[in-house]
Design a binder for this molecule. Structure first.
Ligand code: MN
Length: 261
């Protein structure tokens, strides 16, 4: 078997990234086809992918996405968001040679803290976020406590070696996101969200990546995040239900790590 991150035995030149699909097959397939049209060699999905509780809708979503990826001869790897069935995901074995979780032939999960390199640039996956709508959800059915990063997972940032690009679901701060207004949510949920962003920020300040890509906020934007010890270019992608599909996807040059589309 070839490694899912190096399916053709070489590093990808163009990496397609996509934001939240929430298990919507129409959105997912449209985004995949758009990335195919841009020449993406692989897709990295930024969470709230749609690995949801095991029902017909989830199975259909996973089957549709697998089929269109197979037809396009493309692999998709993804970081977990908050809206995934984390209990079911965590039960899946981590594949021994690759360190990834296999969902289907062309779909693989990137465990939190997982690192890999393309063109000598190191990537690190860091899923998770806090659900501000948690109080409307049912534990084990539509909400899972494993959605947030643990202390041990945050400490993965301290592993030796530099990281050039972080792929996350949550952002290091919402201060950079235009039009952010969380005030409709209960204060304790906003506090928990902010605390989770601080965990991402801790990892950013430890590994000092040159770029960070994330989803979760359903907003496409770019900004420079400046902190005491460095600076990281942050790109947020919108969800699949955004006004235009190009708010949901971006293609980046795997050498420079910056967007080309
Ligand atoms: Mn989310």
């Amino acid at each position: 078997m070839t490694h899912p991150l190096y399916p053709k035995g070489s590093d990808p030149l163009l990496v397609g990234l996509a934001g939240d699909w929430h298990g919507n097959a129409g959105e997912g397939c449209a985004a995949i086809l758009r990335l195919v049209s841009y020449g993406a060699d692989i897709i990295v999905h930024l969470g709230d992918f749609g690995f949801w509780r095991d029902d017909m809708t989830t199975r259909d979503f996973l089957m549709d996405v697998e089929r269109i990826l197979a037809e396009s001869d493309l692999n998709l790897v993804w970081v977990d968001g908050n809206h995934e069935d984390h209990a079911r995901l965590n039960e899946l074995p981590v594949d021994d040679p690759t360190g990834l979780r296999k969902i289907s032939d062309h779909v693989w999960h990137l465990p939190r803290g997982y690192r890999w390199a393309w063109h000598s640039k190191t990537w690190m996956a860091l899923g998770g976020a806090h659900s501000v709508d948690r109080q409307r959800r049912t534990p084990g059915f539509s909400w899972w406590p494993e959605e947030t990063l643990t202390d041990a997972e945050v400490a993965y940032g301290e592993r030796p070696g530099r990281v050039d690009v972080l792929v996350c679901h949550d952002a290091p701060t919402t201060d950079l996101i235009p039009g952010m207004n969380e005030s409709n949510w209960p204060a304790e949920e906003i506090r928990a969200s902010v605390a989770h962003q601080a965990r991402i920020r801790d990892v950013v300040e430890t590994v000092k990546p040159s770029v960070l890509y994330h989803g979760h906020f359903h907003t496409r934007y770019e900004a420079d995040f400046i902190y005491e010890s460095g600076e990281t270019h942050v790109v947020g992608l919108a969800h699949g239900g955004a006004r235009t599909i190009d708010e949901n996807v971006v293609v980046i040059d795997a050498v420079t790590l910056w967007p080309v589309v």
